[in-house]
Ligand binder design. Sequence first.
Ligand SMILES: Nc1nc2c(ncn2[C@@H]2O[C@H](COP(=O)(O)OP(=O)(O)OP(=O)(O)O)[C@@H](O)[C@H]2O)c(=O)[nH]1
Ligand SMILES: [Mg+2]
Length: 301
Amino acid sequence: MAGLFDRFKKGLAKTRELLNTNLGDLFTAGKSVRQVREQLEEILIKSDLGVKTSAKLIEELERRVKGEADLEQVKQELRAEILAILKPLQKPLAVPAAPRPYVIMVIGVNGTGKTTTIGKLALRFKNSGLSVILAAADTFRAAANQQLQIWAERAGAQLVSHPPGASPAAVCFDALEAAKKNSADLVIIDTAGRFHTRANLIEELKKAKRVTEKALGRKIDEILLVLDATTGQNALEQAKIFQKEIEVTGIVMTKLDGTAKGGIIVPIADLFQIPIRLVGMGEAIEDLADFEAEEFVQALI
Ligand SMILES: Nc1nc2c(ncn2[C@@H]2O[C@H](COP(=O)(O)OP(=O)(O)OP(=O)(O)O)[C@@H](O)[C@H]2O)c(=O)[nH]1
Ligand SMILES: [Mg+2]
């Protein structure tokens, strides 16, 4: 597998081209940041950096680049500012030696890549010597169990599932029982997406969380929100709703391979201050990496 920087470079090529071409066109000779403020704001917003975050970046840029703005200097300052937002949230997902079982719940709207990410994670932790149980708490979609089972087999993880339509909370409970019985190290819970088409889904999720935490005797160790980078501004809305309803402890940004909307990770970090744990850069089992702020920023601008 290529290095992370090269993968970011490839994945973010569209975002970078858009941003860099527009910046290059804007900062022709003799202009100051103040003079091109509006156009610059438009460019940053178009690159999915978000309204609030773009305004903040420009304000800082104005402070730092006085007088005639040189393109290279502008880029360098933007890199530094974005890095200042992302770097504190670069906190990879690690499973500490205790407690056992360590429990990770994975949430997000449908199709963002929850199940795929779980498959990738299961392999990663299996390879690091942990015994892993996958809990198929997406009982909403008939094919969900089967999809998770395929990932479980690939990763060498145990699957706990109930028939479609069963209570997600019951699956979580059984998965914890199995983990205790088999002294498993890690339980990863898959959940159903599509919260907007079914009003009670967030409630169901909260119930699954409550039941899991009661059986566990503590809070779930990690609640990962999976966001699809290709949905751009929509991902911001999703983060807002989920964070309000459930205590999200980490973000996984998927589909960073080939999207023109990779910039979205910046306002998400800026507005929600949730650690960016992992990035998905493809559909294969090895296409998951820890988020690295420097590599990301270098590849972005
Ligand atoms: N290109 C790309 N595709 C991805 C990535 N992660 C997931 N996918 C694809 O996205 C699609 C949806 O992935 P799932 O893992 O089924 O998504 P989900 O969130 O579990 O979906 P629901 O269970 O329906 O809520 C699949 O076709 C995956 O192969 C990624 O990082 N890059
Ligand atoms: Mg799924």
